[in-house]
Design a protein around this ligand. Structure first.
Ligand SMILES: CC(C)(COP(=O)(O)OP(=O)(O)OC[C@H]1O[C@@H](n2cnc3c(N)ncnc32)[C@H](O)[C@@H]1OP(=O)(O)O)[C@@H](O)C(=O)NCCC(=O)NCCS
Length: 280
């Protein structure tokens, strides 16, 4: 599988390990985990709530996606926190955002400071893991029916709608819609709000090819300064990552591909400069 890499992407160790733990990103295609294996791992690793959700899917395809996503979360978090997969306790906020439950004596490996976010769509799971800050991620596949994305447009701000309309209909316009959509979801998920945050209350200005030029946060985001990364890790699979630009900001991200079985070297990607409202 080809990885479409931005110029700053290279294989190998992180360039500045002393400046903070890197953000970890796992992109796992469903194919990386044969259904029987995912089933066995899920039996041993998932909690009651996850088993119940998995049992409730109407279509086998959706159950498979869910099992891969949730075994990925548990495996990757187990590696980070130094616990067995089934020992991890995951709780959800009132808006449904999952968090790793701290322990009274603290989790091993500074695990109490881990944050993660998951997205699963179109045969891929994307998991972001970070320490001492929040993360939001989203992944979407481009291969939808023509016109399927038109309804999403109405959720955007007028200036975003104009930018989308500037592209010819078809793939190019769909791409603009999905670039905005993944960024908005990633931001909203980093804040734990999900679709509870109206998508026309904040806006992005994007470069034609890739990258966020400007960001206008919603009124309740006082700091409002964020790093946004756009990726196309596989052709026609668009992903976005949102990270608050605070003192815990890591300068780079490690992109891992597949299921966390081995310790293959990730691709290191420099994180873009923060964007946000102009300061006085
Ligand atoms: C979060 C949300 C935007 C996900 O949208 P999506 O594009 O369909 O799905 P994605 O694959 O990108 O992300 C789903 C994952 O996001 C995570 N998630 C769920 N709610 C979240 C939230 N509020 N903030 C951040 N992440 C959230 C979960 O891990 C979820 O996967 P899982 O349920 O299998 O664990 C949407 O489901 C939402 O808005 N949920 C909130 C609903 C709500 O407000 N509920 C109130 C209580 S009933």
């Amino acid at each position: 599988m080809t990885i479409t890499a931005p110029e700053s992407l290279s294989a190998g160790p992180a360039p500045h390990p002393e400046t903070g733990a890197p953000v970890k990103l796992w992109l796992c295609p469903n194919d990386a985990l044969p259904p029987a294996v995912a089933g066995v791992l899920a039996t041993h690793w998932l909690d009651e709530r996850e088993h119940k959700t998995a049992a409730g899917f109407l279509f086998e395809r959706d159950r498979r996606q869910y099992l891969v996503a949730h075994t990925l979360v548990r495996r990757a978090l187990a590696l980070e926190a130094g616990l067995a997969e089934a020992e991890l306790v995951i709780w959800r906020s009132s808006r449904g955002r999952p968090f790793l439950q701290p322990r009274p004596g603290g989790l091993p490996r500074d695990g109490d400071h881990l944050d993660f976010n998951l997205s699963h769509a179109g045969g891929y799971s994307l998991l972001g893991i970070v320490r001492r800050q929040r993360i939001g991620v989203d992944v979407e596949g481009l291969g939808r029916e023509a016109g399927a994305l038109e309804s999403i447009l109405t959720a955007f701000t007028p200036e975003e709608q104009r930018w989308v309309a500037g592209a010819p209909t078809g793939q190019q316009r769909d791409r603009r819609v999905l670039r905005l959509w993944t960024l908005k979801e990633a931001y909203s998920k980093a804040r734990g709000l999900g679709l509870g945050l109206p998508f026309d209350e904040f806006s992005f200005s994007l470069a034609d090819d890739r990258g966020v030029l400007a960001f206008r946060p919603p009124a309740d985001d006082l700091a409002g300064s964020w790093r946004f990364l756009e990726l196309e890790p596989v052709p026609d699979v668009l992903a976005a990552v949102a990270l608050p630009a605070d003192e815990h900001s890591a300068p780079h991200l490690e992109l891992h591909h597949g299921f966390p079985w081995d310790r293959a070297a990730p691709h290191t990607i420099a994180l873009p400069e923060p964007v946000g409202p102009p300061h006085d």
